[in-house]
Every structure is written in structure tokens, then in C-alpha cells.
Design a protein around this ligand. Structure first.
Ligand code: SF4
Length: 81
């Protein structure tokens, strides 16, 4: 799966690194590093990270086929706000 983070939007909140640590990590206080070709197994975590990003900086291909997992992630993240 391919993903892109708009680093102009990204504020370094690290929600994504917390939810999908195999895809996203923080280097220092604000620099986000990510794998633009995430493994298929990361789909569910990635969906959570996309939903949780406070500034919607993450765009990922093919997340909408994720089924129940992504609905659940969306619900969980709206509860968290
Ligand atoms: S959650 Fe969004 S704003 Fe925070 S580090 Fe990840 S991409 Fe950036």
C-alpha cells in the first residue's frame, strides 16, 4: 500500500507514530519519518493513524477496502476526541 504524508500539514503530533509505529516514527521533536510503501498487514493500523491525525495529513491508497476494521478505527478515534 502506498501512502503520503503532507509534511506541510503535519504538526508532529505523533498520533500516527503511536498508532502505527512500524510505519511512522518521530525523529527528534517534530520530524516525521515514514515508510511510503507500508506492508499490507499494516492496513488496519494505518487506517487508525489516518483517522487519528489531527490535521488529516496522511493519505493512503486503498484504505477504503479495509472493511470493518476501518469503521471501527473511525469510531474509536472519534470517541477519543
Ligand atoms: S498524526 Fe498527523 S500531524 Fe501527527 S505526526 Fe502523524 S502525520 Fe503528522
Amino acid at each position: 500500500m502506498r501512502l503520503v504524508v503532507d509534511l506541510n500539514k503535519c504538526q508532529g503530533y505523533a498520533q500516527c507514530a503511536f498508532l502505527a509505529p512500524d510505519v511512522f516514527s518521530m525523529h527528534g521533536e517534530e520530524a516525521l519519518v515514514y515508510n511510503p510503501r507500508a506492508e499490507e498487514e499494516q492496513r488496519e493500523k494505518l487506517a487508525r493513524a489516518v483517522a487519528a491525525c489531527p490535521v488529516q495529513a496522511i493519505t493512503a491508497d486503498g484504505l477504503h477496502g479495509a472493511g470493518a476494521g476501518s469503521d471501527e478505527a473511525a469510531r474509536e478515534s472519534s470517541d477519543a476526541h
